[in-house]
Design a protein around this ligand. Structure first.
Ligand SMILES: [Zn+2]
Ligand SMILES: [Zn+2]
Length: 143
């Protein structure tokens, strides 16, 4: 199965085949500022299953080894890659063509959640990033 997403103006899109590796909310300050949103919903896919569509995105190296992609025309954040998550592309769930299909399963950086943001789910809430979450989160299958 292939799913697609796009930026606000539609000049840049993306698609991936298969299943997401994980789907979560991130409450960290970097994600919030990058999206100017109180919380950011992410999905991770193996980079080998991912393709950009339309124009190539611009890229900002927001810290060493961290690459944030965005649309130069409308400014929408479009993707995230990091050397510490090799083989993975992280995408914004709200960019999906049908964002209602997103099924988040956990929170990360929950210690940074804004006090006025109310979320009433029963999902696991981790402090720190994917790297610090228990289990295999953030690890992409290699072939
Ligand atoms: Zn755009
Ligand atoms: Zn974050």
């Amino acid at each position: 199965m292939t799913k697609r997403g796009r930026c606000l103006c539609g000049k840049i899109g993306w698609e991936y085949d298969g299943e997401v590796a994980w789907a979560c909310y991130c409450h960290c300050d970097d994600c919030r500022r990058n999206c100017a949103a109180p919380v950011v919903a992410w999905l991770g896919v193996p980079a080998k299953n991912f393709r950009w569509l339309g124009e190539a995105p611009n890229m900002l190296e927001s810290s060493k080894g961290v690459r944030r992609y965005f649309c130069r025309t409308c400014g929408s954040p479009m993707g995230f890659e990091a050397d510490h998550y090799p083989g993975g592309m992280h995408l914004y769930a709200a960019s999906l063509e049908d964002p209602t299909e997103f099924e988040p399963t956990f929170h990360v950086n929950y210690q940074s959640k804004l006090p006025w943001l109310q979320m009433n789910d029963d999902l696991p809430k981790y402090e720190g990033t994917l790297l610090h979450a228990p289990g295999e989160l953030g690890i992409y299958e290699s072939e």
